[in-house]
Design a protein around this ligand. Sequence first.
Ligand code: DC
Length: 236
Amino acid sequence: MDLHMSEDFQIVAIDGGAASGKSSTARGVAGAAHFLHVDTGSHYRAVTLRALGEGLRPVGGPALEHFLAGLRFETEVRGNCACLRLNGVVPDAADIRSDAVNAAVSAFAALPAVRKAVRTYQRDQAAVARTHGFRGLVMDGRDIGTVIFPDADLKIYLEADASTRAARRKDEGQTDTIDDRDRIDSTRATAPLAAAPDAVRIDNSNIPLGGVVEEVLRLLRQGASATGASRATEPR
Ligand code: DC
């Protein structure tokens, strides 16, 4: 597909609550636009899985600091996906989506020390994408448009009604405490789940995935041509 986009590298931030369709949308956009996709939820999940394995509880303090200081964050690019390699291992997808991780991840992700530990790694993903020859980066999470890339070229905030989101998790065979996670994620003090003021809100309750991906690609094209237009009219 010819997107008629500018040659400039672009960053798309997609935020939203649990099961709002962020990762599926981001994956679709990445495939169509030759962008690198980064699912930041998987970062918090991988850290949580490892912390639980070491018997840690989600509280700040020396034990948590010691644990975080021992983490090594690297990226393994698989197709369009940037997978986190934590201390030399890309964790198994099923393990980071287990009931135990679902139940604990929001509490770990609310800890300022945990957020600080992943922040630089997440911002560095733009350089990873450029190095691997991608035309852009599409990152999904809760604070991408507000904290990680506040200057993103395009910010999307995805929403879906509660029954649609619950049905999605059921279809995936997952038991997930969506409401509890959304409550913790949106009320925490550090980098809460929030729509950036300049985000485009899309309610995808009644739009199929392909339609949402097309809409994001359309907004990207529009943004690219708007940038081109403003450049063309700039005084020399
Ligand atoms: O996207 P997900 O449901 O896999 O995310 C799992 C948890 O990770 C989510 O409940 C909160 C946390 N998270 C976060 O705090 N900030 C992000 N940018 C992404 C995820």
